[in-house]
Write a protein that binds this ligand. Structure first.
Ligand SMILES: [Fe+2]
Length: 183
């Protein structure tokens, strides 16, 4: 499965443009992290794009989030390992600690994507003006992009320095800034 296949599967199940952008953003950040670590870029980006595929299907029932997504992916012939990662990414249901770079990176990318996009929006949608320093500063303001869970972002800090992580994430988002409606 490549990026186009993942997007096609996502947009067959998700209508909300905002949510689609969130998924693309999470995928772009995971891809950038995969490049940084020499991991499988295509696999990591695909998981980012697909991670919230059930969000409209579950209609707010977070007890089903991830579970329905994994089912849907399996029905569509997606690799069970990918489906398992999508299932476990719901941190409300997953009781264990996240292990391995990919699952930790998904937690962080899922949460930091909205934070960085919010930073761009306060700069008139100019992502090119957002720096790692901006993100670090804004992440300390609790009320700013309050839905972006700082604790989930911090899971990645033992693996990569915060400033480097923010920089990688910004660079990843820059590669798809047009798709995100940013400049
Ligand atoms: Fe998400």
């Amino acid at each position: 499965m490549d990026r186009d296949d993942a997007i096609a599967l996502l947009t067959r199940n998700v209508r909300d443009e905002h949510l689609i952008k969130h998924c693309l953003a999470t995928g772009a950040i995971l891809k950038a992290l995969a490049v940084h670590w020499g991991e499988d870029q295509n696999l990591w980006e695909t998981i980012g794009i697909l991670h919230d595929i059930d969000f409209e299907l579950i209609a707010g029932d977070m007890q089903q989030h991830g579970i329905r997504g994994a089912e849907l992916l399996l029905e569509n012939g997606v690799n069970p390992d990918i489906a398992g990662i999508v299932q476990r990414h719901n941190h409300y249901l997953h009781s264990g600690a996240y292990e391995g770079r990919l699952e930790i990176a998904l937690q962080a990318a899922d949460s930091v994507s909205g934070l960085i996009i919010a930073c761009a929006l306060v700069k008139g949608g100019q992502l090119t003006l957002v720096t790692a320093k901006t993100v670090a500063k804004k992440s300390k303001e609790r009320a700013f992009a309050a839905g972006c869970d700082r604790n989930r972002i911090a899971l990645i800090f033992p693996l990569v320095d915060p400033a480097i992580f923010y920089e990688i994430a910004i660079q990843g988002l820059l590669t798809i800034r047009e798709e995100l409606g940013l400049t």
